[in-house]
Design a protein around this ligand. Structure first.
Ligand SMILES: O=C[C@H](O)COP(=O)(O)O
Length: 253
């Protein structure tokens, strides 16, 4: 199955207007590697300005509300983010599941809300170190995925990001065997819900991906790209990851 690699930066709560030069530089790197789909999920304050300087990269948001509008102080609807220039949104990031108490049901509803306004979704799942050490990671994460999967999920608007919580921002990553096995398990879980469509869904790896480990990760059969935090904040660090994805696309062609 040919799945176009998808490499997305998540800037989290980082970035001021002064950093828009990096957005522009990453947009230029994306233009040099058209075989790869490249995007940046920016803080909401930068989405509008970032989308004017995005080059060949898409701009995404990091969260959205599940309702269209209403009395939700401080929240942003998918429609608002879309109008500002975000074509994708991250849902279910562990930093929101844990710190904001977002449930699987919330995440399914947010993903559906984004889809209703024409946005694409990166749905995140991942295990704690306790679950990994207990040998339950694949079961727990597969269940998490199925419980947060929106109705009608399809590959043309939904990607999954497997992000082991203990690997985020720590410099630690699972073994390649563990990543390969988890991605295969997630695809199998998806197939129980959406059948053959599961083969088309891109499953990204996230958690301390960088220029040194990206090539090995991207070479795994079911790893269709990356959701990158720290290493996406500058074009200098992000470019090698995009290049690694591009090489894999060319090797597979
Ligand atoms: O959304 C991105 C992930 O949380 C990974 O972050 P990291 O690359 O800084 O470990």
């Amino acid at each position: 199955m040919d799945r176009r690699k998808l490499v997305v930066g998540n800037w989290k709560m980082n970035g001021m207007r002064a950093h828009l030069d990096e957005v522009e530089a990453i947009g230029r790197v994306a233009a040099q590697h058209p075989a790869v789909e490249v995007g940046l999920c920016l803080p909401a304050t930068l989405i509008m300005a970032g989308s004017e300087r995005r080059g060949a990269a898409f701009i995404g948001a990091q969260n959205c509300h599940m309702d269209i509008s209403g009395a939700y102080t401080g929240s942003l609807s998918a429609e608002m983010l879309c109008e500002a220039g975000a074509s994708w949104v991250i849902t279910g990031h562990s930093e929101r599941r844990e710190a904001r108490g977002e449930t699987n049901e919330d995440i399914a509803a947010k993903s559906a809300a984004a889809h209703r306004v024409g946005m694409k979704v990166i749905l995140c799942v991942g295990e704690t170190i306790e679950v990994r050490d207990a040998g339950r990671a694949e079961d727990v994460v597969s269940q998490q995925l199925l419980a947060s999967l929106p109705e009608g999920a399809a590959a043309d608007w939904l990607a999954v990001a497997y992000e082991p919580i203990w690997a985020i921002g720590t410099g630690r990553i699972p073994t390649m065997e563990a990543v390969a096995s988890m991605h295969a398990a997630l695809r199998a879980a998806l197939a129980t819900r959406i059948g053959a469509e599961a083969d088309k869904v891109r499953i990204l790896y996230g958690g301390s991906m960088n220029g040194d480990n990206a090539a090995d990760l991207m070479a795994l059969a079911d790893v269709d790209g990356g959701l990158v935090g720290g290493a996406s904040l500058s074009a200098a660090k992000f470019a090698p990851i995009i290049e690694a994805a591009d090489k894999r696309m060319k090797a597979a062609a």
